[in-house]
Every structure is written in C-alpha cells, then in structure tokens.
Design a protein around this ligand. Structure first.
Ligand code: GLU
Length: 477
C-alpha cells in the first residue's frame, strides 16, 4: 500500500481519505504503508507543501513504514525503465512540435474522431537531419496498439474496460529525458513492490496507461481500487466553498484527530447501515475494501461537528485536557490567557466537554475567564433594556453570593435558585443577567460553573462593576 501525494499544496480531504484507506488496509492486513512524494513537477512542487503534507499525516497519526521516498531522486530507476522500454520497442521518439500536434487534434475533431495523438514514425532521413540541425529533441511516446484493450479488475468498480482506440500514445519521457507521471508512477509501484494501488477515481484514466507500461516491462500490474469522488452537501465536487477542505483547516477549526479519521473513513466506506461512530482501533479492525461503495461520497461539515462532539465526549477528561491544551497552545491562546491559565482550563474541562462541538469554541465559552470584563454589545442591550429589573436581579444575586462561605457549584446553584424563587422570577430572566454580569456575553459555559471557575472574589468584583455601570445609566436617564 502506498500514498503518493504531489507536494503542490496542502493535504486535502480527498488526499487524506486516500492516505487513510491505504493505511487502514496496511494496518489490518499487516502490509507496509509507503509514502512516496511525487515531486517530478519541479515547478509546482515546493518544500513547504512537502513539509505540510508530512505534518498533516503525522497529526492524523497515519504513520508510514517506508519513505518518504522522493520521486525526483529516482531518476536513474526511471531512465533504466525507459531504456528497457526502448529496447523492447514499446516506445518511440516523437518529433512533432506542439503546433503540429494541435493540427493533428483539430483534424481529428473535424472528422468527428477522438483527438488522440499518435506520433509519426516514418520520418525520412532528411527530416531527422533537419530536426537535428534545428536542435529539436524528441519526446518518447508509448506505442499504444489502437486495436487492443485494457481491462482493470477494480476492487471497487468491478471490471472496467478501456478501448485503446481512445488512448493516445502518451508521453513517457520528456525531451530532456526525464520521466512523466505515468511512467514514474508505474515504475515506482513496480519497483517498490506495491501490491494494491488505492487512489481516487479521478486517476482511473491513468491506470490503463500505467498497466501498459508495466506489462511492456514484462511484469504484472498491482491490484487497483479506485475510490469514489468526494462531493459537498450540494452534490458539487468538494472545494473550499464547502468550508474546511484541507486537514490543516480542520485542525485549526478544532476538530480532534479521531473524529476527522472517523469522518474520512465514512467517505465511501460503511460498516453497516447504522453505525457512524468508530474509534481508530475499531476502524483498523473493521475496515475492508469490500465495503467501499462506488457512488460518490458526501463530505458534510455538520456531520463532522456531531462526530467531533461524540469523540470529545468519548475521551477521558485527562485526554481531553491534553488535546485542548495542545490546541490552545498551537493557536497562541495559552500565552494570551496568561499565567495560571492551565489550572483554570483543567478545572473547566467537565463544563466545556459537554458543550463544545469544536475546540475553537473554547474561547467563546470560556475565554472570558482570562480577560477583564468586556461587555459585548448584544449582552449590554439585554441588561440595559429594563435597567430596573437588571439592577434588581443582579443585586439580588450578589447579595446571596456575598453570604456564601463555601463557593462550590452546588452552593452557588442553591443560593441563586432560592433567590430567583424568592423574587418570583422566571429562570431565564433571572439567570441571564447573572451570566452577563460576570462574562459580558450571552453564551458561555454553565453559569454556576462559570462563577466557581472565576472564584468568589473576582465574581463579586464583576457583579459590583456591572451594577455600577447600570446605576450610572439609571441616574443619567
Ligand atoms: N501523485 C498523484 C496525486 O497527487 C497520485 C497518484 C497515484 O496515487 O497514483 O494525485
């Protein structure tokens, strides 16, 4: 099994899914998982992209047994294969210029034939001498037999037959002697003894070409499995428009690794009709290519949100804390929250774990704990709408909190519940101003937990601050 990304960008959801399927098969059959960087396109491949792909794979936990092997460093192996193909008469030098090829294609279209390129092989000695004088270098094309066919016995799609009449004499070596993608991929799969090539369906038209190369070298092609396309919920091909489309985006949004793996596994694979939550170990045990469907898969961020919540709740508090701290640290939040934040974050775990669907929401729910009181406009609007009422209920809450010696979730809850009954208030009308008084927000972790995490002293200070602001407005009015 291998994953063979081209380092020309970030690791996208589709690539990550391909990597995962290969990794799962390797882990569950005891095979090796090889990482091969297909970096022969020197212009588009970058070291930054390479580093990002490796980083994203590591974050996902998709560890490789061999590699990373850089295709660009295997020029000798490719050249030897080209030489063998030349000796076998499977390839020929093609001298046509780009304009000549275009004329050929246009003529084919005119006579309603597929614009399939075949190079001329009957150049005269004078032509050849002229090319040489012009300094023209040939490319090398594979001599496809137009009468033949290639049948892929695909794990997912069943038998797929390609009629060679519609396959052009594809280029295997560029004029500078370097190998093209189809040559390099075929030769490397062979040379690295890849037993199964699992890749996206968008590659299926390359497969007959790669099989032809391998057969011309006198060898047997690997098994192939082409896994379905990935669409967005609108049934259009997945792209940035659908929200996060790279592993890096998913990680930054605060999805945890096990949920991302779970969601990726469900892109084309299912265990049965009902189970949706799988741990990584369960996937390693249960995943089989036999249950990969050929219909397109839909990647839906809303489903990932749900899975993420489930996976976070499956974690022990300790594991969740570690994941959360790692996340906040990477995003620079830990430094921003300041000294002593770690202890408060640790204490906040039970309260946030219940409420979060993405780690990024931590800051919305609990970030206020680490900042001075900033009242959001929409929160101020709520408390300033009925000033008298706000002052009464916040004052009532403050009175009770001041009386408490012991400041625990239970004692705080009992006191505030008792007060709201005494005042004959509806829960929401009473509790929302309390929340605003200490958080400055309409949304946060639970009010009782919020009070305890903030601590008695600071909570009382904030109550007084809020009452002061409201009283100022009251007297001004
Ligand atoms: N390098 C190709 C890509 O990034 C993958 C080729 C393959 O899996 O055979 O799309």
């Amino acid at each position: 099994m291998r994953f063979a990304p081209s380092p020309t960008g970030t690791l996208h959801v589709g690539g990550a899914r391909t990597a995962l399927f290969n990794w799962l098969v390797a882990r569950n059959t005891g095979g090796d998982f090889v990482l091969r960087l297909e970096d022969t396109d020197r212009e588009r491949s970058t070291p930054e992209s390479e580093a990002e792909i490796l980083r994203a794979l590591s974050w996902l936990g998709l560890d490789w047994d061999e590699g990373p092997v850089r295709q660009s460093e295997r020029g000798d192996v490719h050249r030897q294969a080209i030489e063998r193909l030349r000796e076998a008469g499977a390839i020929y030098p093609a001298w046509e210029s780009e304009e000549e090829l275009e004329t050929q294609r246009a003529a084919a279209r005119e006579s309603k034939q597929a614009p399939v390129v075949r190079g001329r092989r009957d150049w005269s000695d004078e032509d050849l001498a002229r090319f040489e004088a012009e300094g023209r270098q040939p490319v090398w094309r594979f001599a496809v037999d137009p009468a033949g066919e290639t049948v892929i016995d695909d794990y997912v799609r069943g038998e797929v037959t390609f009629d060679h009449g519609s396959i052009e004499d594809f280029v295997v070596a560029r004029s500078d002697g370097t190998a093209t993608y189809n040559l390099a991929a075929a030769v490397d799969d062979l040379d690295m003894r890849i037993s199964h090539v699992i890749r996206g369906e968008d590659h299926i038209s390359n497969t007959p070409k790669q099989m032809m190369v391998i057969r011309a070298l006198g060898e047997t092609p690997p098994e192939y499995a082409h896994i379905p396309l990935i669409l967005g919920p609108d049934k259009k091909r997945l792209s940035k428009r659908h929200g996060a489309d790279s592993v890096e985006d998913l990680e930054e949004t605060g999805y945890v690794r096990s949920a991302v793996i779970n969601a990726l596994a469900l892109l084309g694979w299912s265990f049965d009709d009902k189970t949706t939550v799988f741990t990584i170990d369960e996937l390693v045990e249960k995943f089989t290519m036999a249950r990969v469907s050929k219909s397109p898969a839909v990647f839906d961020v809303a489903k990932l949100d749900k899975l993420n919540g489930r996976h976070m709740r499956l974690m022990s508090d300790e594991e969740f804390l570690e994941t959360l701290l790692g996340y906040l640290e990477r995003r620079g939040r830990l430094a921003e929250y300041g000294e002593g934040a770690e202890a408060v974050i640790r204490e906040s775990v039970p309260a946030v774990k219940r409420k979060l669907s993405r780690l990024a929401e931590y800051d919305d729910l609990a970030g206020w704990l680490f900042r001075p009181l900033v009242v959001a406009d929409e929160a101020w609007e709520v408390v300033s709408k009925d000033l008298k009422h706000s002052i009464q209920v916040i004052g009532g809450g403050l009175g009770r909190l001041e009386e408490l010696d012991e400041f625990t979730t239970e004692s705080v809850k009992d006191a505030l519940q008792d007060q709201l009954h005494i005042m004959g208030e509806a829960a929401r009308d009473f509790l929302e101003p309390q929340r605003i008084a200490i958080t400055g927000q309409l949304i946060s972790i639970g009010i009782y937990e919020s009070l305890v995490l903030l601590g008695r002293e600071e909570a009382i200070r904030r109550y007084r601050e809020m009452l002061g602001r409201l009283a100022e407005l009251w007297t001004a009015a």
